[in-house]
Design a binder for this molecule. Structure first.
Ligand code: NAD
Length: 236
């Protein structure tokens, strides 16, 4: 599919690791110019997306570097397993700040550019826990349900300007985010491998390929969707 995203100019956050890194690579392989952001790693723009003003500065830097902006994929996210009683106020707020508030701010601050482009694309990253719950994931699941709701309303509002907004909902993906839990609880890894009819964990590229499709002209009439990309795990 090389060249499918030729001429597109994209911001990808969380691009220093896991799914975000794979997305940046895939969009670039399809011909897009990509402006990457993360807290750490080999990216174009080092920033903490939860700091007020960070998303406006990111959009400004990206527009200056690429001469415009039509695609936004906010992949930065955090997760940790903790029983409900172990959720401090600070932890709960931090999860919402990264997984939800920072997504909202980036979409808001990029919206004008995407409207001007006339064919803007936004792909948020939810989770299968945007639809279902799981033990130890109260804060995470709350943030991911909210990001799916945000996606649908943003799709309603930005659609008249030609901007599509969709939410990819990964199942269990093998990344540095999940590695500690899978190492500590091998039975949790096995559970997810067996739950998926495709009988394996996902790889970052499994998610990146779907996101590239949603960013392309092939997906021009799809908006407001939450798409499970989970090896079929949620069918049962
Ligand atoms: P990851 O930990 O490999 O990558 C997340 C990246 O986000 C890291 O590079 C991290 O530095 C960056 N980041 C975190 N906080 C940040 C901040 N405040 N400012 C800037 N960057 C920040 O994790 P991943 O598995 O690649 O997750 C990517 C996205 O996919 C997240 O939104 C996550 O919730 C979602 N997701 C992952 C899975 C999974 O099983 N791995 C499943 C469903 C959804």
């Amino acid at each position: 599919m090389s060249g499918r995203l030729e001429g597109r100019r994209a911001i990808v956050t969380g691009a220093g690791s896991g799914i975000g890194a794979a997305v940046a690579k895939r969009l670039a392989a399809d011909g897009a110019r990509v402006f990457t952001c993360d807290l750490k790693g080999e990216v174009d723009h080092l920033a903490d997306v939860t700091v007020e003003g960070a998303s406006a500065a990111l959009v400004e830097a990206a527009v200056e570097a690429m001469g415009g902006l039509d695609t936004v994929v906010p992949c930065a996210g955090i997760a940790a397993f903790s029983p409900l009683e172990g959720h401090t106020d600070a932890y709960f707020r931090q999860v919402l700040e990264v997984n939800l508030v920072a997504v909202f701010r980036l979409v808001r601050d990029a919206a004008e550019h995407l409207k001007q482009a006339g064919n803007g694309r936004i792909v948020t990253i939810g989770s299968t826990t945007s639809t279902y719950g799981d033990e130890g994931l109260c804060a995470y699941s709350a943030s991911k349900h909210a990001v799916l709701g945000f996606t649908k309303s943003a799709a309603a509002e930005l659609g008249p300007h030609g901007v599509t907004v969709n939410c990819v909902q990964p199942g269990a993906i093998d990344t540095p985010m999940t590695a500690p839990a899978f190492e500590e609880m091998p039975e949790y890894r096995t559970f997810w491998e067996n739950k998926a009819p495709l009988r394996r964990l996902g790889r970052p590229e499994d998610i990146a390929d779907v996101i590239a499709f949603l960013c392309s002209d092939d997906a021009r009439f799809m908006s407001g969707h939450g798409l499970w990309v989970d090896g079929g795990a949620m069918v049962r």
